[in-house]
Structures are given as C-alpha cells and as structure tokens.
Design a protein around this ligand. Structure first.
Ligand SMILES: [Zn+2]
Length: 371
C-alpha cells in the first residue's frame, strides 16, 4: 500500500490565538518523530505538500457570508460582528490574524489527500493537520473554523463516489460532519465519543439516526467517562465491522482525534496510545483499499506525537521499535511510543452501560438498514 503523510511547516502555524490549547505545532512533533525513525526513507511512505483550499472549495459546505466574515476577521476588520459567527475573545474560538489562510490550508491539506486517492497515486493518506469536525456551514464551533472533513467528502461525492463511510474516534461527537450528511445515504457517519451528557458538544446519542433518505445512516456510540482500551475495543468490534459490511463503502474517511487519551486535559476517556492504535489498525483493515485519515483533537502533546506516529507507521505497514530514538527522546523527553498498561479499570457498570448502547445500535441497524 502506498501512503502519503501530508505535511509542510506552514501547517504547523496557529489557526486560533497563540495561547490557545489547540496547537498546530503538535504536528511538527509527529513529523519529527516519524523522521527520527526514518519512516520516510521507506518506499511506501511519502510526504505530500498541501495546497491551500480556494474559496470555491470552501463554498461546497460553508456559506459565502461566513467565508467572507472569517476573511475579514483574519485581517483584523469588522470584529464587532464576530459573535454572530461563533467567535469571541473569551470562548473556544478566539480570532487571530491570518486564521483564514491557516484554516483554509488545513482544508487544502485534506483535499490534497483526496486528489492523491482519486488519481490512484496513494492508497492511504493522512492529514494530521485536519479533522475539524465541529465547524458548521455558517459558524465556528469547538476550535473548528472550516470543516475539512465535510469538504473532503463533498469532493469525493463530486468525483462520483457513491458510498462513503466516515468514522470519527475523537473524544467529542463529530456533530458538524453528522449534521452535514444527516439526510443522505451516500455518506454513513459513525461517531464513537465520550457521552454528550458529560462532554461538549452534548450531542451524539444513539437516537440521532438520520432523517429522510439518511435515516439509519448516522450512527452514534457514546461512551461513559473512564472507558478503557478493552471496553472501547470490544464495543468497536461489536458495532463497526458489521455495519460497514452491510453498507459496503467505496472509501473510508476517518477522524483520528487522540483526546481520548488518559492524559488528555479536556476529556475523561482512558485510552492508551497502543489502545488507540489498535482501533486505527482495525480501521485500516476495514478500509476498502482507500482511506483518508484526518487528525482531530488531542491536547496532551506527548500522546499526540506518539499516537499519530504509531498510526501513520501502521498505515505504511511499518512496525516501529517502542524505544524512541535517542536524539528525539533527549529533545522532547518522550521515551517510548506505547504507554504503560493500565490495569484494574474494567468497571462492571461501564461495561453494562456500553452493552446497552450496543444493543440499541443493533436494533436501529436492523430496523433501518439491514436487508
Ligand atoms: Zn475532540
């Protein structure tokens, strides 16, 4: 399998304000970690240079009004109107100079992946600088300005792809992507996330199943706080392979947020880097020969660097030694790719809650989409 890691130094520039918890700089840590393992000297792994998305490409999802507003705010103009579009100085989405170009480049990077998948030069593409799954058509939400996942899927649809499955394993519900395709069966969205009762954006319950032609094609698997590797893996395996078998997608788009990690400061799931990677291995195996992988949330920088390096190596068919090369380890204080195993957290009440959720999803699936 030929793989592309989409990267340039430009992608590591801040999108939101400099002091924001979402730091695109984390991509450099991923890239340098892969470099330290000499991953890119393998034939199966190449670096793809991202190009910036045009306003026409952004308009395949976002309103012209919103795009023009983001452009004005990015130049420091018209700031009095920012609240109308989800921006504020004190909230999740503070304005910064140049944010239009930075956000449009993150979208362009995902479209670079789509182009390489469509022309057949790449089988698996990874834009770790993407996955802005909360952005809506006309407002910013949850650190997300432009929704690269939706725009990438729109482009695949324009190219004639008939069935696209989107799998979102970020700790937060993939609401922006689900909403964009809520009424179509051409895109199946599957989001596994910490339950909306306990985490932003509050949506993503099992009864959000889609509408009209899309009924049954939105699937949500909410998890209780403290869900660990084994419970998460078990739930994934009981739900996702069967649904994909029924749906039979032509291409898979996956958002690989790593804010599910036990050390993440914004959410309360308890995955390790190797637990996350075990899920990503399954996603790669389930992909029908074509996978567009996107980054997403992830606010513990060590977990981000280690997880996405592991994920990309898995895509490229490489097994990296657990001990991080010395130079990198000395520079960043990161010693191993995998975490210590977490033991003794197989909580019976979490298991029971998750099993109920699985049962509900299975009922919905047989009601709406099974033949
Ligand atoms: Zn997230």
């Amino acid at each position: 399998m030929q793989t592309g890691f989409i990267y340039s130094d430009e992608l590591t520039k801040n999108i939101l304000r400099e002091d924001h918890i979402l730091r695109p700089m984390r991509l450099r840590l991923v890239y340098e970690l892969l470099e330290s393992y000499k991953v890119f000297s393998n034939k199966s792994a190449e670096i793809l240079d991202p190009k910036i998305a045009t306003s026409f490409e952004l308009m395949t999802f976002h309103s012209r009004d919103y795009i023009e507003a983001v452009s004005a705010f990015s130049r420091g103009e018209d700031l009095g109107r920012q609240h109308r579009y989800g921006f504020s100085d004190w909230g999740d989405n503070p304005i910064s100079e140049g944010m239009y170009e930075a956000a449009a480049l993150a979208v362009g990077a995902s479209l670079t992946g789509v182009d390489a998948l469509i022309d057949g030069s790449i089988d698996l593409a990874f834009n770790a600088g993407g996955g802005y799954h909360h952005a809506a058509s006309d407002y910013a939400s949850g650190f997300c300005i432009f929704n690269d996942a939706v725009i990438a899927i729109q482009k695949l649809l324009q190219k004639g792809v008939e069935r696209i499955a989107y799998i979102d394993i970020d700790a937060h519900h993939g609401d922006g992507v689900q909403n964009a395709f809520y009424q179509t069966n051409k895109v199946m969205t599957i989001s596994i996330h910490q339950s909306g009762d306990t985490l932003f954006p509050g949506t993503g319950s099992t009864d959000e199943v889609g509408e009209e032609a899309g009924i049954g094609y939105s699937i949500n698997l909410p998890m209780p706080p403290n869900t660990n590797d084994d419970i998460y893996f078990d739930a994934f395996m009981k739900v996702v392979p069967e649904i994909l078998k029924i749906y039979d997608p032509e291409i898979l788009v996956a958002q690989l947020g790593i804010d599910t990690h036990i050390n993440d400061p914004l959410s309360q799931l308890s995955l390790t880097t190797q637990g996350h990677n075990r899920i990503v291995k399954q996603i790669i195996d389930l992909a029908p020969g074509k996978l567009l992988a996107l980054g997403g949330g992830g606010y513990d920088l060590s977990a981000v660097a280690r997880s996405w390096a592991l994920d990309y190596a898995t895509m490229a068919g490489l097994e990296l030694p657990n001990d991080v090369p010395e130079k990198y380890s000395l520079e960043y204080g990161i010693k191993t790719l995998k975490d210590d195993e977490i033991t003794g957290s197989n909580n019976a009440s979490i298991k029971a809650t998750v099993q109920k959720t699985i049962d509900t999803i299975k009922e919905n699936t047989s009601k709406y989409i099974s033949q």
